[in-house]
Design a protein around this ligand. Sequence first.
Ligand code: ADP
Length: 614
Amino acid sequence: MNYPVPTLQRRAISGLLFVIVLILVLNTVSTLTYKRGVEQLEQQGNVRLELYINYLEGILEKYQSLPELLAIDKKLVKALLNPTEHKRIETLNRYLETINKVSDTLDTYLMNKDGLTIAASNWNEKHPFIGRNFSYRPYFKEAMKGKLGRYFALGSTSSKRGYYFAFPVRKDDEILGAVAIKINIDTVEQKWADRDENFLVSDPDGVIFITTNPEWRYKTLGPLPATTLKRITESKRYPDATLTPLSDTIIETSDKRQIFSVEGKSKAQTISVLKQSQYMPHAGWNVHILTDIRVVKKKIILIDILVAAGLFLAFFLSIMLMQRQQRLAEMKKIERQAKIALQDANEQLESRVLDRTQKLTEINKLLRKEILERKQTEIKLKRTRRELIHAAKLAVLGQMSAGINHELNQPLAAIRSYTDNGRQFLQKGRLEEALWNLEQIGELTERMAQIGIQLKLFSKKSSGQIVAVPFHGIVDGALEILKPSIKKEGVNLAVKIDPEDLEVKGNHVLLQQVLVNLISNAMQAIEAQKEKIIDVECVEKEGFVVVSVQDNGLGVPKNFRKNIFEPFFTTKKSGQGLGLGLTISDRIVQDLGGHITLVPSSTGARFEFSLKKA
Ligand code: ADP
């Protein structure tokens, strides 16, 4: 599992890495720069050393043939042969003085074969060489062997440094003595001083006798063994010189070069120097050049600063770049997440839309099915309603049949008795009374015919004709049907029509049927009452005819009020009611644009409906 590295920790790690890389790079750069710098210094040093050696050789060559020239001078031979001739020696002294001046040497002198100086250019000075013996000097010894003697030493009387050349003076093949010259070394040092580098010349023992830094004079390049030191002291070559080593801290040493630290031109300053050496075979000198390597160190510091600055810059740039890339990656991630979320939301939406569409389609299908069913039900209902209305009519008819029976039986009985009476009156010849009886029979049949017409009308299916109908006629028709029952029950029925000629838009027969129903219900409701009162009212109100039927019964119980208009709802005993009366009546009134309601009243029940005035 990948745990995210905290930013701070990551920064610390990259910082640490950077420091390590920086150290490694700087170390490598420093090493390379040092190596290259030292190599460059070496190249420069070689050139300069070459120049210096050329210069030294030039000087030595200039003087080395001078003793040889002097040696062949007859004056010197004669003086050696006759050392006691003062005049001759004096002349020679002057001669040597002149030569010395002209050739710019320090001293010029002549020694006999024992090394005793018999004539010298400094004859006139405070400490002349004349009478002094230099047989111990190596240059004399060399000359006495017949060779050119050369030697560096401090003057034993003058304490002045000098380089000596000596050549044998011969008479035929016999060496009579040696002529020597001493040349000034100081000029050699002065000419090459004040440079960045120092030049040294050391003898075969390693003692520095020529140096552009006076502090280093008579120091040794390395520590000398005791025997060598003893030998040098005995040779009086460098009297009073301490012969201490120039440096005891060698930093680097190889065949080609040596680097060591040494005191600089001022004592307090210690510098690291590169030493390069070359041997001058004729003179037997070791010539050295010491170059201060501070310039290389400065260069290293400068390059290190530049490289470090470059690395820092690169580090910060890369950090910035990394941060930028990180930010970009984060932004891309967020974008991707947003895209995915959007896609998800889209897909969800699409699936929901699909789901909804499907549901809606299903609901639609169901609705269509329901509409179809409703339509079919409506058709069925309409048919059923028509049939029911008819059935209800038949039911009313049944109800009425008792009354009709009574109504028809009464006149029939009366007709029978009138017929009997008529026959008896005819038999007795009482024609007038017989005629009256016949007239009564006629009236009774007329009345019976009226009942028949009413029943026919009622049993007919609705004609559906809507016309202006006088209300009076409707009420009269209904009462005519119910008259027998009203009379039988002793109902006090009051009718109020205001105004008298009130007309409604409707169907005579159907409205009559509604009234018959409402009044029949009222009559049934007051059956148990002592005083039976029914009020039928038809009054005009704002362009409408308000019809009400009120009784003084017990009213409709509260818990039945919402059910009484439902088909087949009845509280009556079987055979007394079908529970269709109010349903059919309300349907008829609705068809005419009204609605039957049970209106609250102080006593009994009050049913009301209003229709448009014709
Ligand atoms: P039915 O008369 O055959 O029962 P209706 O639809 O005419 O059917 O009446 C439904 C019911 O309404 C009756 O059974 C009765 O309980 C109640 N009702 C109708 N008219 C009245 C009234 N005037 N007083 C009291 N109850 C009534």
